[in-house]
Design a protein around this ligand. Structure first.
Ligand code: ADP
Ligand code: ASP
Ligand code: MG
Length: 417
């Protein structure tokens, strides 16, 4: 049996009873002969509470202190799980990011991992000690605590698995990756397997079951990755299926897929906003003059739609950006209004992005057309469109998000029989 990283999310460690349940999952894998490292999230609701306290303390706060505060949630869970494991007779100790150390860059609030020295943990795992690691946190170049962005414990889990040459099981509150968020599409189906590429698109387009960066790392470092439930009994015979399907969803390379769908899932994101600029001069350099300053302000623009007036002199430009950056973007654009010379700026945060994802799109025509027709049949207006080789995304009025996701789920034949 090899090395295994088991990552447990916030709902899975929400109280002491659930932490005991997690310990029994760990016990099962230890008894099966694995050398185990566990990565834990903060107890459900804790990170939100900590973020909220930072905001209450000061609307514009020092992000280094924000990280010192919000990273503490994971530290509590790691200590508690180590205690509970010790009670079961399993040698265990907790690890903070800096103790490993898990190094990151210095972008506080959304740091990226730059290196992990897993030597000490590996040695102790070989001696039979379970490493219980606080997820979501690292140490920056200036030796300050950093955090990896919301949902970042997934990325801690996969990165530690890569550093340990281990497989990574992500335990959460659903039993795998579904064809759509099972909380809004009751007929969604669990996938036995999904490719890294599709999972990366799904996660980037809003399916929060995995943080996008964790999938990226798993793809690059070829980490065997599985999403599975922490709520299924630790003793269930389903836990160790021998037929290679696994109890959850296996995220793997395309050549390991057993069957292929044209569309494997529908994702949505409400974290969107749009800005429209009316009557911008239609001449070379204008787009650069708009999107350059936005990029410098670290705002990533996603969809862009441009309509040119009938005389060709002016253009109307609409683009989308993360909702959290709307205020900042408006300030940037107001700052360059005199040089840019647009007539009017309007904005809206009541928009959502709905996407269909599937690697089968590479070889099948008509996927986008079917999407547009299904939305039209429901009377849903499309405000912007983007496509890539394996996804089509549309921007719609936020109020229609669930209707659109359900309609598309049915249109692509994904509903449970
Ligand atoms: P954790 O706290 O374990 O990290 P998250 O809340 O971050 O859990 O992610 C799990 C949630 O992701 C599920 O409860 C589910 O509502 C949501 N989700 C969104 N899209 C999907 C999908 N396609 N498949 C499974 N879960 C999804
Ligand atoms: N606790 C952090 C969050 O809520 C990290 C995580 O759970 O993955 O975003
Ligand atoms: Mg999560």
């Amino acid at each position: 049996m090899g090395r295994l990283v088991m990552k447990f999310g916030g709902t899975s460690v929400a109280d002491i009873e659930r932490i005991r349940n997690v310990a029994r999952h760990v016990e099962r894998e230890v008894k099966a002969g694995h050398h185990v490292a566990v990565v834990v999230s903060a107890m459900a609701g804790t990170t939100n509470q900590l973020v909220d306290w930072c905001k209450q303390a000061s609307a514009v706060h020092d992000l280094r202190e924000y990280d010192a505060i919000v990273a503490s949630g994971e530290q509590v869970t790691a200590g508690l799980l180590a205690i509970v494991l010790q009670d079961l007779g399993i040698p265990a100790r907790s690890w903070h990011g800096w103790q490993i150390p898990l190094q990151s860059d210095g972008v506080h609030g959304s740091a990226r991992i730059t290196g992990i020295d897993a030597g000490e943990i590996r040695k102790r795992m070989e001696q039979g000690q379970v490493a219980v690691i606080a997820g979501f946190q690292g140490i920056g170049p200036d030796k300050r605590i950093t955090t990896l962005g919301r949902g970042g414990s997934d990325t801690s889990g996969v990165a530690i698995a890569a550093a340990l040459d281990a497989a990574c099981d992500i335990y959460t509150d659903v039993d795998g990756v579904y064809t759509a968020d099972p909380r809004i599409v009751t007929g969604a189906q669990k996938l036995d397997r999904i490719t890294y590429e599709e999972m990366l698109e799904q996660a980037s387009l809003g399916a929060k079951v995995l943080q996008p960066r964790s999938v990226e790392l798993a793809m690059v470092y070829k980490v065997p990755l599985q999403v599975r439930s922490s709520f299924e009994s630790p003793d269930s015979p389903n836990q160790n299926k021998a037929d290679g399907t696994g109890p959850g969803t296996i995220v793997c390379d395309e050549d390991k897929m057993m069957e292929q769908h044209v569309v494997s899932g529908i994702a949505y994101s409400r974290d969107e906003a749009k800005i429209s600029l009316r009557k911008v001069k239609d001449k070379p350099g204008v787009s650069a003059a708009i999107f350059g300053p936005l990029a410098e302000a670290d705002i990533s623009v996603d969809m862009i739609v441009q309509n040119v007036s009938s005389d060709g002199a002016f253009a109307n430009l609409t683009f989308t950006l993360p909702r959290k950056d709307l205020r900042k973007a408006i300030d940037v654009l107001n700052g360059i209004k005199t040089t840019l010379d647009f007539q009017e700026m309007t904005h809206s945060a009541d928009v959502a992005k709905v996407s269909v994802v599937g690697i089968g799109m590479r070889s099948h025509a008509g996927v986008a057309a079917k999407m547009f027709k299904s939305l039209a049949d429901k009377g849903i207006n499309i405000q912007a469109i983007t496509t890539s080789e394996i996804k089509v995304s549309v921007l719609i009025d936020e109020a229609y998000t669930e209707l659109a996701v359900r309609a598309l789920h049915t249109a692509y034949g994904l509903d449970k029989a």
